[in-house]
Ligand binder design. Structure first.
Ligand code: SF4
Length: 393
């Protein structure tokens, strides 16, 4: 348990993130913790790098909406101070706190308070001896060995409230390290690709590593380490779990067609506008934005709600059934309005408000006009095929 959040033992996979404010500035840090919790973080970590940070934690912990982990590097005294501040968990980096007597002291204090510790091995800060032993490079074996050395010190004082991470900035090394770790321990594992960098590359690297392991049944809690607003990290973690079916959806799942020669609107711009408007609203529906009424409603028939463009109008559909016709400029506003109504009252109640036959007739009319204007082959595939054939004939 990290506070009231269970980790491992079949508990749902949880999402973590980390504040970037000075922990000593407890008001700013609390504000960020609330933002992270709203975006999907179940647990938040704050650095505890100075005595003022520990004092900040003493004010933050009682007011935080989620459990707080104190991040400790180098100074074991900061771990003791964070425990005194009442944090729900410590993260220790074995590469940075090296004296066995200091490690044992912290573990004994955590044991007495029933506070768990994450052994946070980081490829970039491996103990120099391990680095040398493993050929002067970061290897999965070296990271696993580092974690076990720390577990050994903890065992000496009878402490085993442990979770472990073995993060590397290399996705293949990180994946292999966690696989090896999962083979030899039952302790809960905290997954992450460290220093993944800014989005979109950082998102891709993190997702590649974390999702691969989760799909193999490895991992109990996750963190995206992005060079970005930490709210992005929390949101990404939540969205990954939702996409993998490991967390019940809380927010809109926005789907959109990739656009093509048939598109009657700028699909990218409208989808981005909708993403911004829906943001973190708690509406667990799948909402589709489709570029044309010729194919859109059919392709997105399984969405809870969607809109497809046609001749400067938006054709709104609910579970594949045409529902309304709106001005192109109002498409996003109307989607939000319908999404809120459906979420509250259900699709049947939403459809009962409108003339679905009329909406279907209008959609069919626009569809026919567009087909007549553009033909069946608006993307010019058939004509290109003809040209290929004539060239090689
Ligand atoms: S055919 Fe219509 S719905 Fe499909 S990609 Fe093109 S614009 Fe989008």
């Amino acid at each position: 348990m990290v506070g009231d959040v269970p980790i491992g033992g079949g508990a749902p996979v949880s999402v973590q993130s980390m504040t970037v404010t000075r922990t000593a500035d407890h008001e700013a840090t609390l504000q960020q913790i609330y933002d992270l919790a709203m975006a999907g973080a179940d647990i938040v970590r704050c650095t505890c790098n100075e005595i003022e940070a520990a004092e900040g934690l003493a004010r933050i912990v009682p007011r935080s909406p989620v459990p707080i982990v104190a991040d400790i590097h180098h100074q074991y005294r900061m771990a003791l101070a964070a425990l005194e501040a009442g944090v729900h968990c410590l993260r220790l980096n074995p590469g940075n706190i090296r004296k066995p007597e200091h490690i044992r002291l912290v573990a004994a204090e955590a044991r007495d308070r029933g506070v768990p510790i994450r052994i946070g091995v980081n490829g970039g800060s491996l103990h120099p001896d391990l680095y040398e032993k493993h050929g002067g490079r970061v290897t999965p074996e070296a990271m696993v060995e580092s974690a076990f050395a720390e577990i050994g010190y903890f065992a000496e004082v009878g402490f085993d409230l442990i979770k472990i991470s073995v993060k590397a900035s290399s996705v293949p090394i990180m994946i292999e390290a966690y696989r090896q770790l999962a083979e030899v321990t039952d302790h809960p594992l905290h997954l992450g690709v460290t220093e993944a960098g800014p989005p979109p590359a950082g998102l891709l690297k993190s997702t590649a590593g974390i999702a691969t392991l989760l799909a193999e049944g490895i991992g109990d809690t996750i963190r995206y380490s992005l060079t970005a607003d930490p709210v992005e990290e929390a949101r990404a973690g939540r969205q990954l779990l939702e996409a993998l079916g490991l967390r019940e959806r809380k927010n809109v799942d926005l789907i959109a067609c990739p656009s093509c020669g048939r598109a009657e609107i700028d699909v990218v711009a409208v989808a981005e506008e909708a993403m911004a408007v829906f943001a973190d609203r708690e509406i667990p529906l799948q909402v589709a934005i489709m570029g044309c009424v010729v194919n859109g409603p059919g392709e997105a028939r399984d969405a809870d709600l969607g809109i497809a463009a046609g001749r400067r109008r938006g054709h709104l559909f609910v579970k594949g059934q045409n529902a309304a016709v709106v001005d192109e400029d109002e498409m996003v506003d109307v989607l939000v309005e319908w999404a809120e109504f459906i979420h509250e009252h259900g699709a049947d109640a939403a459809l009962a408000r409108v003339d679905t036959d009329r909406a279907a007739r209008e959609a069919e009319r626009d569809r026919r006009v567009l087909l007549a204007e553009q033909g069946d082959d608006v993307n010019d595939g058939g004509a290109r095929i003809e040209r290929i054939r004539s060239r090689i004939a």
